[in-house]
Design a protein around this ligand. Sequence first.
Ligand SMILES: [Zn+2]
Length: 271
Amino acid sequence: MTGEDVVRWRELADGVLIRRYAELDLTVGLVLGDEQALVVDARGDRAQGEELAAAVRAVTALPWQLVLTHAHFDHCFGAAAFGQEPRWAHVNFPAHLERTVDLQRAEWVEHYRASGDRERAEALANTEVRSPNRLVDDPVELDLGNRTARLAHPGPGHTDHDLIVSVRDASVLFAGDLLESGAAPDFGDARPLDWPGTLDVALRGGPERIVAGHGTPMSRRQAAEQRDELRAVAELCAAYSRGGITAEEAVERGPYPPETMRTALGRVDRG
Ligand SMILES: [Zn+2]
């Protein structure tokens, strides 16, 4: 038995659903038009992707397209379960995936083995990772039938290739890991100095419901609060980069745990 046995879709707005998993507190999405469905993120291995694909099929028989918000394994390694249908991602996604796929797999197989989750470790070890087959540079408007989903890259932030999905008729934004609900953002591949400005762009138009890549959906106010925290991190990283403060001072003053702050500082040059 796992927590996944009780996972349910939740309808956030008319025809906009989310599904939240115990594993890494991942949240994925489903947008239903009259003619097409759009799945937002694919989960972290082939078996997880198959679970999600079946869950989508339990809701709709519409043809689907898949959008991958970024190349971190938990969001995209399940993509093969969605077949040959369009798989959208940002133009920088394939290079990042190619550079990190073996590393990500090895690191997380090790993590699952160490935590006694042999089944997940094996599933991940045996997952064939699919690259996107539709690349987004300028924003793309996907016509789903009586509804449009807009795919756009608001700038570097959590990675150099985050893609957001706006469903404007429902005032919903899927932000990927540009936002994290209930946990500190992850800076492992981040561009800390750019991240707050990128979020300003992502939040333009004031969406009412914002789906973070992990955790519960956020309100506009909660998203703005996290943007402000990211701005504080950016300012500390900039001061550290200029040599104005030490790493210890930046860690001390940061809004996030020391480990998170150290990772963020490690992503800027010290001049
Ligand atoms: Zn991520």
